[in-house]
Each structure stands twice: as C-alpha cells, then as structure tokens.
Design a binder for this molecule. Sequence first.
Ligand code: PEP
Length: 261
Amino acid sequence: MRTPFVVGNWKLNKTISDALALVTELKNQLAAIKGVAVGVAPPFTAIAAVAKRLEGSPIATCAQDCYWEANGAWTGEVSAPLLADAGATWAIVGHSERRQYFGDTNEGVGKKARAAIAAGLGAIVCVGESLAERDGGKTLEVVDAQLAGALGAGLDAGKLVIAYEPVWAIGTGRTATPAQAQEVHAHIRKRLGEKLGAAAAAGIRIQYGGSVKPQNAEALMAEPDIDGALVGGASLEAGDFVAIVKAARGPSALAHAKGLG
Ligand code: PEP
C-alpha cells in the first residue's frame, strides 16, 4: 500500500514571513490529516525557518533542487547535506523549469537524486514530455530517457518518488486527463520494475503534476498508479492546497487499501 504524497512547489515565491504565514495555516488545517503525506518546497531562503515552524508537524520541508557536490568552489549552488542541515527532508530534482531554463540534463538529474539520497534526503525526480514531444508520439521515449538518467546505481528505492509532470500542463491550466496520466504512470511503474525489481516498483510513489487544482485532484488521484501530486500554483494559497491534500486521501487511498494500487 502506498501512502499518497502531495507536495507544494512554491517556486520563486514567498518571503520568509509569507512562507511562515502559509505554513502555520497548513500546520493548523492539516494537524489531524491521515492517510496522506504532505510536503512544502519553499525557496532556499525560507527552508530553515519553515522547517523550524513545522517541528512536531507531519508536514515535510522539501527543497526545490540540490547540487550533487557536497561542498567546495561551486558559487551559487546549494548541496544536499546543507539542505539537510537546514531541516529539509526531501529534494525535488529535474523539475522541467530546471531542465528548460537552467540546463539540467538527465545525467545531472541522476547525480542530484543520488546526492540527495546519500545525504539522507528523499528525492522527488520529475519527468515529463513537452507538447511537441507528445504530439510527435514521443512521450514514453522521453520519459524512458529521463528515468534511465535518474535510475543509476546506488539508488535507494525507499527514498525515491517520481513526479510525472507533462511540461504542457505545468502552469498552463491545461491538465492531463486521468486516463492520459494513468497511461504514463503505469509505464513508469513498469520501467521501475525492470530496473529496481517488482517489489520496489510497487512501493514507489508516482506523483502527477501539471495544473492540479481542487476541481481535478480527486479524479486524477483515483487512478491506480497516481499516488499524490506535485502542485505549483494551487499550493500558494492554503485553501486550495488543503482541498487537494484531502482529495488525495480519498478514493486513491481507498483503492490502495483494497489492494488495487
Ligand atoms: C509544478 O511546478 O511542478 C507544477 C505542477 O505547477 P502547476 O501546478 O502550477 O502547473
């Protein structure tokens, strides 16, 4: 049984005081939540303050990226051990905005995932195709190449989460249909099984990301291989994010409990 995992990716938003206000509200509203794991990914500058505010809460503090070297002459980078020191317990790696605007490669994403896990963090590895790739029938090929880069030796499957985020659905208001997402999620799980073994693959959570909103969350997460969400825009405001977290705990958790997931 996989516990769904919903993470809010705040991107380049929120001062420390804005971040603390939001996370305090989430902490209160989600204090009694069961059957779903929750995380928030503030900008680097707010990680330590958010992690401290979340002490005693089940909400995890996540980083939006990490560098693969632990320390040294890498101006501007933040390493996984430093993130752990600041209180983060997860790092998102390979987000499409990193791949698109900052040159992250499949190989680099794999190095970042392994560095995160070596530092004791969980790694959320993002994969997903562009609109041109989908229209060209290349979705599964692109996802395979991204997974191959990420799933090298030395990866602890227990610390791994995959986020399937079709680039054409991120921040566009256009969402993959539950069937479109499920098709890719099932394919990802098959590939995970080939690389890491069936038992490991059955336990790895695969989040969907791309314009998840309270209105579409429940239908997406009712699919058997969709185990939560990576949420951008709708995570910036407590009401919408809490509604998505509650949707994740619903039919999907029920399906998994029945052994269908
Ligand atoms: C994201 O940034 O990972 C994301 C899915 O953004 P949005 O929910 O805004 O599409």
